[in-house]
Design a protein. Structure first.
Length: 379
């Protein structure tokens, strides 16, 4: 059982990447150093031209500097890949799913096909997509992560529609059925399934609840309706307060209670994005986000009462608020979020991180930041 718990902590560290997400101390991939400012723009057309160049530069950095044989590296700087949390040139199904979704959103059919084929080759196991592979250790971890499997399934559904390819839709159905078979027990969605121990954890993390994709999955309607309705209630009831309109971290099925040591902004923003994708976002959450983005004071972690617990401002945070703005049709939120996000972009042409998002001084550049930024550009 201890091994299962440790594996769960590693999943959270690898997927969300925040130091306080769970008790395992890991580097913070959203802790990019604020060293660069966005170039001033004079018009909407100038903005489009600059953003196109930013996308090109970021794509080039990810492809040439942050990608290897098995996919996108967790970090630009290599490690011995032996830690409990993913590091160095290990690859994550999280990264593969984000890469796939970005390719669909930007209409890159060939790139999507390549990324999907690579994802299957690298991560596909009997019970799902392994959340992590270490090339150096030659280790494929026997656990999936529902959030990443769902994102892959989402990308497949979107690819089937956008590219007019029924094969992708059929694959989305197939892998959705598999997710239901392994990660859903008694109508409840769990974060992961451990193939080695034939076991799940005991709770669902709220930002794993991809309502839009769950509603599309090919499972019997009587089961689908109960699953999505129950998860919808869990997500909506995780709302903290109008004073601090973020969301709880997880819901424990055994106790029937929510728990959050502290509130990680990335997690709450992903929950808000999931609600926005189905038109259920709260106006109070959007207003709060807009105020903080405008002021540049959206920080990485808060107390449950809304007190900032650090002053970290990050690429990923503003990338997600940009996606929320795009999803709800709020151009000002999307535009301002992209501006804030670009403050972390590496513009020094002599830096090996040029075009990407990272810390020039330390050389750290994480997959989560860079892929979230890429997705925000094309969302």
């Amino acid at each position: 059982m201890r091994k299962i718990i440790i594996a769960a902590l590693a999943i959270f560290a690898g997927i969300i990447g925040l130091t306080a997400c769970e008790k395992t101390a890991v580097p913070n991939p959203s802790n990019s150093v604020h060293t660069n400012s966005p170039a001033p723009v004079d018009s909407e057309n100038d903005t489009k031209v600059i953003q196109t160049q930013e996308v090109t530069n970021l794509e080039q950095f990810i492809t040439s500097k942050l990608t290897g044989e098995y996919g996108v590296y967790t970090n630009f700087i290599e490690t011995d890949q032996s830690a409990e949390a993913a590091s160095g040139h290990e690859v994550l199904s999280e990264s593969a799913s984000l890469r796939m979704l970005a390719a669909v959103r930007s209409g890159q059919q060939e790139r999507f096909a390549e990324q999907w084929q690579l994802a299957k080759q690298t991560f596909d196991i009997n019970s799902g997509f392994s959340y992590r592979y270490s090339p150096k250790q030659q280790k494929l971890y026997p656990l999936n992560a529902a959030v990443d499997d769902l994102r892959m399934i989402q990308a497949l559904y979107e690819a089937g529609e956008k590219f007019g390819n029924k094969r992708y839709t059929a694959e989305a159905d197939k892998y959705g059925e598999r997710l239901y078979d392994y990660n859903v027990k008694d109508g409840k969605l769990y974060d992961f399934y451990d193939m080695e121990y034939s076991s799940t954890n005991t709770f669902v993390t709220l930002c794993y609840i991809n309502l839009g994709t769950l509603r599309k999955m090919s499972i019997p309607s009587q089961f689908s309706k109960k699953l999505t309705n129950d998860l919808n209630v869990i997500l909506e009831n995780g709302y903290l307060s109008d004073e601090f309109p973020f969301y709880e971290t997880r819901f424990n099925y055994e106790s029937g209670k929510y728990s959050s040591e502290n509130i990680n902004t990335v997690e709450s923003l992903l929950s808000i994005l999931a609600l926005a994708e189905v038109g259920q976002q709260k106006a109070t959450s959007i207003d709060f986000i807009k105020q903080q983005v405008e002021a540049g004071t959206l920080y990485g972690q808060y107390s449950r009462e809304g007190k900032p617990l650090n002053d970290i401002r990050s690429t990923a945070i503003y990338a997600i608020t940009a996606m929320i703005g795009s999803e709800i049709g709020d151009e000002s939120l999307h535009h301002k979020s992209i501006e804030r996000m670009n403050e972390f972009r590496v513009t020094d042409v002599d830096s090996p991180l040029y075009g990407g998002f990272g810390d020039v001084a330390s050389g750290q550049a994480y997959s989560f930041d860079n892929l979230m930024a890429l997705l925000a550009y094309v969302y």
